[in-house]
Design a protein around this ligand. Structure first.
Ligand SMILES: Nc1ncnc2c1ncn2[C@@H]1O[C@H](COP(=O)(O)OP(=O)(O)OP(=O)(O)O)[C@@H](O)[C@H]1O
Ligand SMILES: [Mg+2]
Length: 270
């Protein structure tokens, strides 16, 4: 095989199970994200998306299976792994009493990175996100979307190869959502990898090279959008149709619509 370059995945989970007490939150889940790829995690509420991301970050220990980020085990080499990941949590813990300026300085000092290049990243991203005007306001006083922008910038400060983003567009307006989508695309063009969760089918459709649909802790389907379509009857043209079919929620959606019509219009519902 000489002369053949093997490319290793930047993110890899194989046979990962996670138990919380007697509850099996992840059940034999496997995924891999290669350099240059955007991988989307879709699934109903409670499916296990956040748990998957936390396992990859080393914040939750797998009961079974193996996890590697940049070839490293997040539990055995937590600092090395975290230095390679830009992480945006579902509920970002951003120190509320600090201003964005103080918070970014804190992140730079914690990460022991060059403050000059870090400040360059921060000021450019603050400009693209229109955040500069809020730089000295306590984070507690910022709106939800502004806090999300602070969390996103903090995840980029050390220019990591891997981005793990849990619903990164949460609370963002249309312009800022576009910025985040562009950031994700540029990141993979430079050879990085992105794994993100979302409930927004359109975003997954636009951005992902591969998509995994998770339900009750299991991957029920993984592949390109076309591969997922072919797992259903192939007629579902949108990812939403495919998603609802694969998670068996099509009939549940129809039921909810009927229940709502009955609640609003009583027996006159049709
Ligand atoms: N620390 C915990 N202790 C007990 N159960 C937990 C814990 N964390 C998550 N779970 C359970 O694991 C399951 C998966 O949760 P998870 O947060 O991963 O779902 P999710 O796919 O991210 O959902 P959502 O779309 O609502 O964000 C849920 O049933 C949740 O209640
Ligand atoms: Mg979640």
């Amino acid at each position: 095989m000489s002369g053949v370059l093997t490319v290793e995945p930047l993110v890899e989970g194989s046979g990962v199970s996670v138990r919380f007490g007697s509850f099996l939150a992840l059940d034999n889940l496997s995924l891999r994200v290669m350099p240059g790829k955007v991988f989307g995690l879709l699934g109903p509420n409670g499916a296990g998306k956040t748990t998957t991301i936390k396992v990859l970050m080393g914040l939750v220990a797998a009961s079974l299976g193996n996890v590697k980020v940049c070839g490293l085990n997040p539990l055995l080499e937590p600092i090395a792994v975290k230095s390679r990941i830009g992480y945006v949590a579902e509920n970002s813990i951003v120190y509320e009493s600090l201003s964005p300026r103080d918070f970014f300085e804190f992140v730079v000092s914690m990460r022991k990175i060059d403050p000059v290049s870090a400040n360059r990243v921060v000021s450019r991203l603050a400009d693209v996100f229109d955040l500069a005007a809020y730089f000295d306001s306590p984070i507690a006083t910022l709106s939800m979307g502004l806090k999300q922008k602070v969390a996103l910038i903090a995840a980029f400060i050390h220019q990591p190869p891997v981005l793990l983003l849990d619903e990164p567009l949460n609370g963002l307006d249309a312009k800022s959502s576009r910025v985040v989508k562009d950031l994700m695309s540029l990141h993979v063009q430079r050879g990085g990898a992105v794994l993100f969760s979302t409930h927004i089918m359109e975003i997954a459709e636009q951005l992902c090279t591969r998509i995994a649909i998770i339900d009750h802790g299991k991957v029920v389907a993984v592949g390109t959008l076309d591969q997922l379509r072919s797992k259903t009857d192939g007629l579902g043209s949108s990812l939403e149709d495919v998603f609802l079919k694969l998670t068996n929620e099509e009939s549940a959606v129809a039921d909810r619509s009927r229940m709502l019509r009955e609640a609003f219009f009583g027996n006159e519902a049709h």
